[in-house]
Design a protein around this ligand. Structure first.
Ligand SMILES: [Mn+2]
Length: 315
């Protein structure tokens, strides 16, 4: 499949890189990484990155997206990165492209592109792109290596989550042959300002438990407004306050917004993905998300998670 994708890349003079909306380190890392791999190996090709802004990952070098007109999609190849469902792709104009390719590591739920490589054995899409580059003998310049490494680190939880394998480290090692400052990446990712620490403390005090010890935080729209934070840094950002709690195997963060209740589901040893899918979401076995209509539906999801523990079907 790598060869077929490389052939497709070779065919097109204009390549437009897409990824999921509200990007994380892996979405941006694979997008910026692939951009610079393509520019290095095919200097005559036009390569664009599109989508919503980098948000809290705007420290990543070259993370400012390109503004492009629709006509550029004619005769172009669109590459979709790190995205399992079509409705999550930032900028749906990928549909206008002459040809489409997808690299992804989420659980497969639908065919989106003409050529696809979806491999959940990769801890990150960045890992998959690195493997692709290495197997195809493509040069990986320093900025690409740094971006890809950032995505590997973030999506593997600093090389801790399940999908982390000997291949993960082999690919990280391959990237580290390039010269880039790892300490700078970690500083940008993990140094927290005091306000952030205070916020985490505040959220820790909000944690509640179901009968069978599913930990959860519920933030109302009113509370959210008083916090003066973007929903992403509350929803994704605060779910981790419940991680690594002894006796808690499933935890979920509910955040009310104008567009419904955002649900971030996590587990140490249960496959919570089917619950997220049941409520219209998706993701990974131990980390998934969904948006439900209201508190009632959120509480129904919580009951499903509680039943999962009660029935004790751990992975
Ligand atoms: Mn990813």
């Amino acid at each position: 499949m790598y060869n077929r994708i490389l052939e497709e890349i070779t065919k097109y003079n204009r390549i437009i890189l897409h990824r999921h909306n509200k990007p994380d380190g892996d979405a941006l890392g694979s997008q910026i990484g692939l951009k610079h791999i393509l520019k290095e190996n095919f200097p005559k090709k036009e390569v664009y990155v599109v989508g919503d802004s980098a948000g809290r990952y705007d420290f990543m070098e070259d993370s400012v997206m390109d503004e492009i007109t629709d006509d550029l999609y004619e005769d172009a190849l669109a590459v979709v990165l790190d995205c399992g469902s079509s409705h999550l792709i930032s900028d749906e104009r990928y549909k206008l492209a002459a040809s489409t390719v997808r690299f992804d590591h989420h659980i497969f739920c639908e065919e989106i592109c003409g050529l696809e490589i979806v491999d959940t054995s990769f801890e990150s899409c960045c890992g998959l792109i690195t493997d692709f580059a290495r197997e195809c003998g493509l040069k990986v310049p320093s900025l690409a290596a740094k971006s890809l490494y950032t995505g590997m680190v973030t999506d593997s939880g600093r090389f801790r989550y399940d999908a982390t394998s000997s291949r993960t480290f082999a690919l990280a090692s391959f990237l580290m042959e390039q010269d880039f400052d790892i300490e700078e990446i970690y500083r940008n990712l993990y140094a927290e300002d005091f306000e952030g620490k205070k916020l985490r403390a505040q959220f820790l005090l909000k944690v509640q438990f179901t009968k069978h010890n599913v930990a959860y935080i519920y933030t109302t729209l009113e509370e959210l407004k008083t916090l003066n934070k973007d929903t992403f840094s509350i929803s994704r950002g605060m779910v981790g306050t419940m991680a690594d709690t002894k006796g808690v195997d499933i935890w979920v963060n509910f955040t009310e917004t104008e567009d419904g209740v955002l649900c971030e589901l996590r587990s140490g040893c249960y496959n919570i993905n089917p619950i997220a899918v049941k409520y219209g979401g998706g993701g990974h076995q131990k980390a998934s998300g969904a948006t439900v209509a209201d508190k009632e539906e959120a509480m129904a999801m919580l009951a499903d998670l509680d039943a999962m523990i009660e029935n004790g079907i751990a992975l």
